[in-house]
Structures are given as C-alpha cells and as structure tokens.
Design a protein around this ligand. Sequence first.
Ligand SMILES: Nc1ncnc2c1ncn2[C@@H]1O[C@H](COP(=O)(O)OP(=O)(O)OP(=O)(O)O)[C@@H](O)[C@H]1O
Ligand SMILES: [Mg+2]
Ligand SMILES: [Zn+2]
Length: 241
Amino acid sequence: MRPASDLLAAVIPARETWRRPERTCEDCGGTGWLYDTANGVLTGRCQCSQRPLEDRQKAAGIPVLERRARFDTVRPEVRELAGRLQRYLDATNARRGPGQSLLFSGPVGTGKTWLAACAANWALIRGWSVVWRKATQWLADLRASYDADSRTHELDVNRPLRRAKLVILNDLGAEKISPWVATQVEDLLDDRISAELPTIVTTNLSHEEIREAYGDRTASRLGPRFYRHVEFTGADIRGSR
Ligand SMILES: Nc1ncnc2c1ncn2[C@@H]1O[C@H](COP(=O)(O)OP(=O)(O)OP(=O)(O)O)[C@@H](O)[C@H]1O
Ligand SMILES: [Mg+2]
Ligand SMILES: [Zn+2]
C-alpha cells in the first residue's frame, strides 16, 4: 500500500513540485511558464521550474514501461490518431471548454494503453496533475483501505482520482465485477463528469459489454455525451514481435 502522501503528491501542487525557474532557460525566458503566442494563452509550466519528470511520473502512478510513451514517437499506424489526441489535449489545456473524456476500446495489444500513456506524459510535462490507475489496482487499494488495521482511508485512495486534472483508468473490465465494483466505477465517473474533468478509460469491452457488466448507469456515463469513443483495431502488437 502506498502512503497517502505519495498519492497526494500527484495532485496537489506541493511545494516540492516547484523549483525556481532557471534564469537562463531558453524555453520560458526564465519565467517558468510556457506561453503560446499564436493563441495568446499560457500552456503550462516549463520543465525548468518543475520536479524532474521521472519523479512526477512515479508519483502519478505511471508504470515504468509507459513512462517512455511520447506522441512524437508512436507507430506510424496511429500517428494520425495521436495528432488528434494531442489537439484535443491542447484545446483542454487552453481551457476552451470542459475536458472531453475518452474511451479507448478494442482487442488485446492494439495500443490503447500506450496512447493513453502518451497523453498522460504529455500532460505531466505541461504541469497538469495526472493520476494513472489500473482498474484492478485501484479497486484492490480501495478494498485494502477497509481493513481495520489499514492506515489508509478510502478517501485517501479516491481523493487523487477525483481531483486530478487528468485521470487514466487503465484496463477497466479486467476485474471481477460485483455490485460493489460497479458502484465504485459509476461514482468515480460521475464525480469526474460533474467536475468537468477529463478521464481516459481503456478497456477490452465493447459498449454493450460494459452495459452488461456494469449496468445502465455506468454505460450511460461512458456514452457519447461525455465520452468520445475511440476504437482500436488490428493485430496484437505484442504477438508480432
Ligand atoms: N503507438 C505505439 N508506438 C510504439 N509502441 C507501441 C505503440 N502502441 C503500442 N506499443 C507497444 O506495444 C505494447 C502493447 O500495446 P498496449 O499495451 O498499448 O496495448 P493495449 O491495447 O493496451 O492491450 P491490452 O488490451 O492487452 O491492455 C506496448 O507496451 C508498447 O510497447
Ligand atoms: Mg492495455
Ligand atoms: Zn524554463
């Protein structure tokens, strides 16, 4: 079980996340902020004024392998999709409207998690608070927090997921689904929708299967009104290597 302070570090811009911007930085001119002159908006904090990216990725819960994911090095097959995703994040970043959430669905090994990781790293580089959770791990953390001798409270587990500017819920549907699980998922999605905070959910399930597994309420929240659906197709990338 990770300490709550570790989880909180991912979402609250703690003092340690800040460093004094480098006076000679060519990217930000020493201000610590990146500015998009074409659109006249601040686009985020400069790297030079942040804790090292690796630390923030770790605090956000991004797995070691996925810390390398970047939009500009994706496979050619998904380059166009990556470009669209990046434009969508840019729009959210510039606060043009609430964050659009995304549902990445498709068979095993089609690149859903990798592209979600590109988005998470893109956002972290820009100083967003990001939380990455594998659905099974999140639910296990929640269950563990109910133990009488647990030092973590349910709220410690869920608070980062409810506050972060971007949440990646990876591999939804891999867990054993009970009414309790369905309620947890529905609550989380609901809270983030109400707060107009973007979430990226990856799953092997189709929308129909989501409805069967989690019920109408969750399926409705993951519907097209709040979640843009991105279908991943193709052969298993892992198998072709
Ligand atoms: N666009 C990409 N560019 C470079 N490597 C990629 C890309 N997409 C996937 N990969 C590689 O292929 C592996 C499998 O992709 P990924 O984990 O994203 O599949 P997935 O669709 O999430 O599968 P599953 O449904 O089993 O979770 C990744 O770990 C990564 O190494
Ligand atoms: Mg995956
Ligand atoms: Zn700088």
